[in-house]
Ligand binder design. Sequence first.
Ligand code: ADP
Ligand code: ZN
Ligand code: ZN
Length: 721
Amino acid sequence: MYVVNLVFDIPLRHHYSYLSNQPLEIGQRVSVKLRNKEQIGFVIAIVEANQFNDYPLDKLQHISNIHSDIIPKDIVNLCNFAATYYHHSYGSTIFCATPALLRKISSRTDITLPDNKYYQLTKTGQTYKPRGKKQINLWQQLGLSNLNWQQIKEILGTKPDKLINDWLSIGIISKISPPIVTNIATDIVANEEQSKIINIIGNHLGEFHPALLYGITGSGKTEVFLQLIHKVLLNQKQILVLIPEINLTPQLAARFQARFPSARIKVLNSEVSEKERYISWLQAKDGKTDIILGTRLSIFTPFARLGLIIVDEEHDASFKQNDGLRYNARDLAIYRAKTLNIPVIMASATPSLESLYNYKLGKFHLYKLTKRAASNAILPEINIINLAHYPVNQAGISSPALEALANCLARQELALVFINRRGYAPILSCYDCGWISQCKNCSSRMVYHNSSNNLKCHHCGYQANVPNSCPKCHNQYLHTIGHGTQKLEEFLEKEFPTAKIRRIDRDTTNRKDDWQQLYQDIHARKIDILVGTQMLAKGHDFPDLTLVIGINIDNALFSYDFRASEDMFNILTQVTGRAGRAEKSGQVILQTNYPDHPVYQFLQKHDFEGFINHTLKERRQNQLPPFIHQALIKLSSTNEKQLLRGMQQLAVKNKNLKAKDIIVFPPVPAVMYKLHNRYRGQMLISSKSREQLHSYLNQLEPLLSEINYLAVAIDVDPLEV
Ligand code: ADP
Ligand code: ZN
Ligand code: ZN
């Protein structure tokens, strides 16, 4: 008889003990009765019953069911680390890391995996005349290369089992084993800088080697990964590529697949169904997938033989999860690489201050790519427009910017106008009485959208009709204040009636097909001007783009959030990096009221390092990360009085804790005080020492459970304070 300790999907820190007739494995999935309900649990420890003294054995229940699924040890270990580091419950952490299908008692996990075979046209097959558009297409593709089940499914758009069986039975195709990745389809020869990096990292493949790959947009970072990935594939190892949430996966996946036609590549993002996620999980665990390209959650994917982790755009905030387990996938990637003794490459055109500081501390290796990789591609010229001299029109755009747009249209090249606000205008207001369009659920304004002719809250999603007159004083004339993508689009359509204008923001682009369509349209020259939000800034490569205009970019300079100017610098660097990527040189126009602000000065000189040193100095002076470590206690309630009571209680209680090298700021209302009908407060804790911060949080945890009438969360290394 054995006693197993189990964790469940509950926010408690402790585990539960159950009896089992047979020894189970750490990470094994079982079902048991807990609080009179059948629940899924995972084994985190096991002892022989006669060694167990914590509790009388006859009080323990037997587990009801043993399932065959097992979370591998290294993932259990990763979860344990994450739970401790982020002060989150172990059980909830394991459940967060596990595919949804395995979390539920009712799910069916007896899924037959698609076979691991490839299909090849036979001699008979080569002269076969298929009927139907899709079948013809498939037959043609098979003529070009052997395909696996997944690829055939993608071509047909439906499950291919019947067709595969039919074609096998009449001898058109035959089954073959998956090819071993050997040759790559490229004529790109790494340049000197790239080769050096590929060689050094390539020589550290079997060891922990945290590498920060810093290279301007278009300098060939992706090419560096591809060549390193090739080496890792040749060693029969697997690769995890973490990418930001924003939609660059289809493009990147296509580039990877084109380079490694026979590699089994899986994309894991929010569009993947629960079942597919589970299948990918199994296949990676069994070593039947070569490369996973995925967003932050993929850091928990088990691999049989992981050989390399890449974090692309490592500075991106979407690697940080902002609810539940508030983890940062980049940081967990470093931990994981360390425990597995493999390299981790963090790449960016604008590395985070945290990573650069880690380099300065000697924890990371730094590799630089200083030139654009494609020949002749040069950095764009950056023009700062002083709005004091060139006022903006009603759509927020200045005359020099309009002139540049007209010239770009005349050259028949692509322009991008970037404004970081979707909708028509951020505020609807009555000038007579001062009414503004406030959200009823949040401390924020409702944005006016003219395409749907309504008001929308961008924080909680609440929508309302546009009032016919002012709700307060019944004045008939309401005004929009400020600019958004729709207003800009409307203006540009009037200004340039023959130009083809396309707006890209979350309202127009939410499916991955939309992006594919956008690329096709750009290639087909169906677009002259792109108007959009920062969605357009990240990672996308538009060949004919030669003009970028940035509008309303000053906001970030005076934000309460100390990271705002860093974020803005990064976005602008990314967006300006878009201009003139191929053979054409580019121009960037930034409109500002503060042309002398250091951020613009550094941008204009393409001086990222200058900006970093300037910002690090500021952070050091102000005792901000990365020089100190922070944790944020977040409190919220639908009842404002309760929240205020809890904040007060916390302020009193934490005075009694032992605090060495700890600064505890008093609890304060959050910047966005009301969100989705919840009132929110927070308490910031900071320390020079990580250990001290953690030991303080450990003491604080029991106090937090005393204010359980509030929703309480701990955010370690918060990105938004
Ligand atoms: P990044 O990831 O840094 O933005 P990429 O790897 O995407 O850069 O490279 C930018 C462009 O330059 C791509 O079209 C890529 O194919 C090309 N490129 C990269 N390295 C080389 C090279 N050594 N020789 C020729 N072209 C290259
Ligand atoms: Zn009014
Ligand atoms: Zn709202």
